[in-house]
Design a protein around this ligand. Structure first.
Ligand SMILES: Cc1cc2nc3c(=O)[nH]c(=O)nc-3n(C[C@H](O)[C@H](O)[C@H](O)COP(=O)(O)O)c2cc1C
Length: 200
């Protein structure tokens, strides 16, 4: 990446929507743009990736890897070497989208790795954003729990109070002017502070 140093913090940005110009992609781009330090960003759009479903074969109980040599081979490496993992997803039936759930399930490899006592020695931070077109009680709970499970498995530090979770109240008429964009700004500031404190 031109102009960037190998020592600059590494960011993995995972996009759970098929819509690259959609709501959740906009939120995640806004966070990336507002990070106040140079970072090396790797973007993964799950709908562009080839991710097989976990078949519970047990291979990863003994090996850091999977029987499948698909997009997850690179994503495992990025997950264990990134200082910040940003994940965004629309709600589909009140949870993250199917291809993103395939990615999460394949992180059984990372679960087994940490059971063996192997973990990353670097600072690793997680952050989640999501959007739904409805507005109903507890609508983000399933997705937040799923991502909590992933971040805990991968040993990432996170604060769910900081998450940007966009519902339709108030209606989303002009996204850049939406009140929740203030939360995007404060989230980016907190992530910047933590990366500067732990990675520079
Ligand atoms: C298959 C499908 C299922 C959806 N399920 C929900 C849902 O359960 N709850 C909700 O609030 N919105 C639901 N939506 C709406 C999307 O979550 C919403 O439009 C979101 O803002 C889209 O984000 P994107 O523009 O980043 O793709 C669904 C949309 C689709 C296509």
């Amino acid at each position: 990446m031109p102009g960037l140093k190998n020592t600059d913090p590494q960011v993995l940005a995972i996009y759970g929507s098929p819509r690259k110009e959609g709501v959740t992609s906009f939120i995640q781009e806004s966070i990336l743009e507002q990070l106040g330090l140079p970072v090396r960003v790797y973007k993964k759009y799950v709908y562009d990736e080839n991710i097989n479903p976990c078949v519970a074969c047990g291979y990863c109980k003994q090996h850091f890897g999977c029987i499948y040599n698909d997009s997850m081979t690179e994503i495992y490496d990025l997950l264990i070497t990134s200082n910040l993992v940003l994940i965004t997803s629309p709600l589909y039936f009140s949870n993250i989208t199917g291809p993103l759930k395939l990615l999460v399930d394949r992180c059984q490899v990372i679960w087994e790795r940490q059971l063996r006592g192997e973990k990353s020695s670097i600072y690793q931070r997680g952050f989640f954003s999501a959007a739904g077109a409805g507005s109903y009680s507890n609508m983000f709970v399933p997705s937040v729990i799923t991502i909590r499970h992933l971040f805990n498995t991968a040993g990432l530090i996170y604060n769910e109070d900081e998450y940007v979770l966009l519902d339709s109240s108030p209606p989303v008429l002009n996204l850049p002017q939406h009140p929740l964009m203030k939360k995007v700004k404060s989230a980016a500031a907190v992530l910047t502070r933590d990366l500067k404190q732990h990675c520079l």
